[in-house]
Design a protein around this ligand. Sequence first.
Ligand code: ATP
Ligand code: MG
Length: 265
Amino acid sequence: MKIGIDAGGTLIKVVTETNNKRTFKKWLTTQIDQVAEWLNHIDKADISITGGKAQYLDSIIKHNVKRSIEFEATYTGIQILLKEHDIHLDTYIFSNVGTGTSIHYATAQNQERAGGTGAGGGMIQGLGYLLTQISDYEELVQTAINGDRDKIDLKVKHIYKGDKTPISGDLTAANFGHVLQNIHDDFPNADRLAALMGIVGETVTTVSIHAAKQFKTENVVYIGSSFVNNDLLRNIVVDYTILRGLNPYFIENGEFSGALGSIYC
Ligand code: ATP
Ligand code: MG
């Protein structure tokens, strides 16, 4: 049995492969000791580990493990998944929207880091809690679905008020910039969280687009558990990427790229 593990800041992703059968499993990083206990009950396995918590996990398990570099493992995993899904891209940007967001340029041969932003899944959870006192991830993303950003986010057309706009009036001019103009209204949790998905999605996309322009590619592959059960974030990213003339890609189980790739690099 082969086990690939990506122990990240928030979630531990585990891929197992036996006789060409692949399984995927996630644990919270706060459960890292349970993951170690599970591994320590396994007699024999080829284990590879990557991610920020790899060192710690390695130190509490009995097995000799292979350690791989997170960015290389992620790239290797994406290449495998793209091929399996018949997606052929000569060059692309991949944006790993995890706790934080890391952005890379990839070719058929290798990857190089192109940048990043602190807007990502950790911001959704942390700022989401500050705005609504909701700490449960599922509740957070479900609540956001029915939100309306109109009273919170300032659009270009709000500023130009009927005058001809130099860019699309529907673009966000200022995330959260409409609040004080609607100060006497209520701001339900759903609206606050929808606006939060807006700022995270638009920031991640903006940084990814700049990287794509810098490296002259038209493709952006988005991965990371931040998109799991979060169609609102996904749609914001897809729409904005297309609006800016680039091709967005999401791959099934993309958040397991690092765990899968660690087995093969
Ligand atoms: P990093 O790569 O930055 O070290 P990570 O690998 O742990 O972090 P991911 O697993 O890709 O990051 O994504 C973590 C994010 O996924 C969380 O911040 C949250 O927004 C989202 N998420 C999805 N499912 C869950 C869940 N069940 N519990 C908590 N967060 C979740
Ligand atoms: Mg990660």
